[in-house]
Design a protein around this ligand. Structure first.
Ligand code: OOG
Ligand code: MG
Length: 262
């Protein structure tokens, strides 16, 4: 770690205030070029500590930058991990006020819900599939707090990987008998297909993203508890949305989920 506690607290305050007030800030590595990975995750953890102290609850975890489409779009090469809290959750068919956010984008995701704990190191897709209760479609809404949605990996990790809202729905399907690599994914904006892909876009197999999360947490002495909802990462690049846009995500065999921006 290169940053002291005071700086970590200041940066957490900067990023969380930007989130809550829906305004963009300069990416933090500009003023702190020496910050390292542990500093980045420490800032992310400090933002969560502040939310928990205010009574928010963790309701899920996420992996991000797990597909080639996303890595190319954001100019990065490594997956990142973050948390989801209660007020991020939006009901299927619900509405999101665009003005509450800065410059939101939507992503199609395959969502896992676990029935057994997963702990790295050495977690692999076999362990993930054995521990999965079901998978379902999810629309993730991301909203980088950084100017023009431009960042480097350390800045985006500190910003809890741009997390802001998510919508779950469709069919909760057990993984036995499903080939998650070949599941077709179609996301529509106002009835037009805008993002098309298949599960294999996520690290070759979306369960690999969950295994990487377990290994990341394992290195910190933590695990993915049983009953955890986990977003495995955008299958395609993220799509910008405007007020009035209606987003529908269909995943083969998993049904559909939708949300409207007002
Ligand atoms: C970082 C968050 C990435 C995903 O699914 O790839 C993410 C970003 O692109 O702003 O949630
Ligand atoms: Mg995502």
């Amino acid at each position: 770690m290169n940053l002291n506690e005071k700086t970590i607290a200041e940066l957490a305050d900067l990023l969380e205030s930007a989130e809550l007030e829906a305004r963009e800030v300069t990416k933090i590595t500009e003023a702190h070029p020496d910050m390292d990975w542990d500093d980045a995750y420490a800032i992310q953890a400090e933002i969560l500590r502040r939310k928990l102290a205010r009574g928010n609850r963790v309701v899920g975890l996420k992996a991000g930058l797990t597909s080639h489409g996303k890595m190319k779009q954001m100019g990065v090469t490594t997956p990142v991990f973050g948390w989801l809290v209660d007020y991020f959750s939006v009901a299927d068919g619900g509405e999101i006020r665009h003005a509450d956010l800065i410059h939101p984008k939507v992503e199609p995701e395959i969502v896992f819900v676990t029935k057994k704990a997963l702990r790295g190191p050495g977690c692999h897709i076999g362990a993930v599939l054995a521990a999965t209760d079901f998978v379902m479609p999810g629309i993730e809404v991301i909203d980088s707090r950084y100017k023009d949605f431009k960042f480097d990996l350390k800045s985006v990790i500190a910003d809890n990987c741009s997390s802001t809202r998510f919508v779950l729905g469709g069919n909760a399907a057990p993984v036995a008998g499903l080939d998650l690599r070949t599941l077709g994914v179609v996301m529509e904006k106002n009835g037009e297909p805008v993002a098309i892909g298949a599960g294999a876009a996520v690290l070759g197999h979306p369960a690999a993203a969950i295994a990487e999360l377990a290994n990341h947490l394992g290195a910190r002495g933590e695990e993915i508890p049983a009953g955890t909802t986990i977003l495995s990462g955008g299958v395609t690049e993220a799509i910008a949305v405007a007020p009035g846009d209606h987003i529908n995500l269909r995943i083969q065999k998993l049904g559909s989920v939708s949300v409207r921006f007002i």
